[in-house]
Design a protein. Structure first.
Length: 210
């Protein structure tokens, strides 16, 4: 355990690093070093990477500070995006995930409060380094850290958020989208008006026949 009162400077190559499947992790400050106040890790996200399936924490909040690139996140039913300098808050009890849909790498600094969940990352790194985990091994580790995971969410998340351009629509694209929506509304109204007129004509025709 490191004395939390001593001065420390960590370089970009300092501290333990590992892989968490599609993304990386760098362990910067653990809970013991911060006297149980928080922990701090860094996550590098390569291009076109989904960080995790939908999941929710029961014991800790996460604060993701974007260091580099553009990071998307699904927080409950809301999709948000953060660029360098932005902070994304992921409270406990909320289903969420995050990703890098762009062509460039991204990095986030993750503050975890209260600490403890950094040990989940440590166990996951060791588990994945040993080869494909045994059935149920990942779920067992997640349960011990109060983590709910929806593995079935991965295909849809990948289709909707990762396999895209990762760029905001241009002004022309937004205008075209609005025009398309407007035209669809007008067409629906026109079809409805035509159906009403046809019904009136049919009723009048039956009246003349009688």
């Amino acid at each position: 355990m490191t004395d939390s009162t001593s001065a420390r400077v960590l370089g970009p190559a300092d501290e333990k690093t590992g892989r968490l499947g599609s993304i990386g992790v760098r362990f910067i400050v653990d809970g013991d070093e911060a006297d149980g106040r928080f922990s701090l890790v860094e996550h590098p996200l390569p291009p076109r990477a989904l960080a995790a399936p939908l999941h929710r924490h029961s014991r800790e909040d996460e604060y993701s500070f974007v260091l580099e690139g553009r990071v998307g996140a699904l927080l409950g039913d809301e999709v948000v995006y953060g660029v360098a300098g932005d902070l994304i808050f992921k409270p406990r009890g909320q289903w969420h995930t995050f990703w890098n849909a762009g062509d460039e790498a991204a990095r986030i600094l993750e503050l975890i409060s209260p600490p403890g969940f950094e040990r989940y990352f440590e166990e996951l790194v060791d588990l994945l380094q040993a080869g494909p985990p045994a059935p149920g091994a990942l779920a067992f580790v997640a349960e011990r850290y109060g983590l709910d995971v929806d593995l079935e969410s991965i295909p849809q998340l990948t289709r909707e958020y990762v396999c895209t351009s990762g760029r905001r629509p241009t002004r022309k694209a937004r205008a075209a989208l609005q025009l398309t929506k407007h035209c669809r509304v007008r067409m629906r109204r026109l079809r409805s008006r035509c159906r009403r007129r046809a019904a009136i004509v049919r009723r009048e025709g039956r009246s003349l026949d009688s």
